[in-house]
Write a protein that binds this ligand. Structure first.
Ligand code: FAD
Length: 289
């Protein structure tokens, strides 16, 4: 469900439900099932993934002329470290629900979970023999390429007895300007799981192609296992991040190390060189900075 909220016309926004209160907006996100991660956690995770480290948290109000949101630092306990930012547009890009109503599932004995999804096992089997489910109606991110992988794995499993989806290698892309893309684990997830990691990051600023495109904002961050060097997560903000993440997906799928990526030649001048530099940076060996 996408909504483009224009501040001067937000009266026309469906129901104007959030016209006065960003907290109400967050509440709505939770109500429609966007609670894992919650809206706050999501912004926090994005912030962490990109290494800003401020842990921004949305709050604040909408007002008539402009859209304002207060971002409060999660670091430390001092509440006075908040700031206000004004926006001209507010895009709600979350809140879709699984379309599982009126499918007659109850007639074949399939009960939905608490979020209206169809429970499946690792091979996409439902509780009803011979009935499988993939995509938006089951657990996991509601993404086209995730649904596609599941559909292929499901049919392969049925036909050959083998079929598998590596959810650690399903990328997520936010098609904003600049784009945001990530695959694998975030630093927060690795820390929570107690997995030792090292990281390398490299900005687009010194990259020749980024300069030629006039889009030098952002950076690539690579997280690798501290002992094995295996790539565990890649996070990109910057030009063509959604395209660049494909290399990271392949690297994770092939269990590549950061060194593997660092030793692979990347054509010059391309944005992909930033991937190589970030991989070199994992061992503190980035060269073009
Ligand atoms: C506005 C929007 C933008 C999106 N942008 C992106 C994006 O940029 N990138 C991305 O990865 N994902 C995006 N998505 C999500 C993506 O479209 C879904 O994750 C993906 O389509 C899920 O595939 P699916 O096969 O599970 O469901 P669907 O593609 O929705 O297919 C389900 C099919 O079942 C049919 N159907 C439904 N009910 C019945 C019934 N009772 N009987 C028979 N047929 C039925 C429907 O008509 C439909 O054809 C977007 C979604 C929306 C709504």
């Amino acid at each position: 469900m996408l909504r483009d909220l224009f501040p001067r016309t937000h009266d026309h926004y469906e129901g104007s439900r959030f016209a006065g209160d960003l907290e109400a907006f967050a509440e709505w996100l939770r109500a429609v099932g966007y609670s894992r991660p919650s809206a706050h956690q999501h912004v926090y995770r994005l912030d962490q993934a990109l290494g800003h480290g401020n842990g921004i948290q949305p709050g604040g109000t909408f007002c008539e002329a402009d859209l304002h949101a207060a971002f409060t630092s999660r670091r430390g306990s001092r509440p006075d470290r908040s700031t206000q930012r004004a926006f001209t547009r507010f895009l709600v890009a979350v809140g879709r629900l699984p379309n599982t109503e009126n499918l007659g599932l109850e007639s074949v004995g399939i009960a939905l979970d608490e979020r209206g999804r169809i429970p499946v096992d690792d091979h996409f089997r439902t509780s009803a023999a011979g009935i499988y489910a993939v995509g938006d109606v089951i657990r996991g991110p509601m993404l086209a390429h995730k649904a596609e992988e599941e559909a292929m794995a499901c049919v392969e499993q049925i036909v050959t007895g083998y079929g598998h989806v590596n959810y650690d290698a399903i990328p997520g892309v936010v098609y904003t300007n600049p784009e945001v893309a990530s695959v694998g684990k975030t630093e927060e997830e690795l820390a929570q799981a107690g997995i030792p990691y090292k990281k390398g990051s490299f900005p687009f600023m010194p990259n020749g192609r980024a300069k030629a495109l006039g889009h030098t904002q952002g950076k690539v961050k690579i997280l690798a296992h501290a002992e094995t060097d295996r790539i565990l997560g890649v996070h990109i903000i910057g030009p063509r991040a959604g395209d660049l993440i494909a290399e990271a997906v392949v690297a994770i799928e092939f269990a590549a190390s950061a060194e593997d990526l660092a030793r692979s030649s990347h054509a010059h001048p391309t944005l992909a060189e930033v991937m190589k530099e970030a991989a070199l940076a994992v061992e503190g060996r980035a060269i073009h900075i």
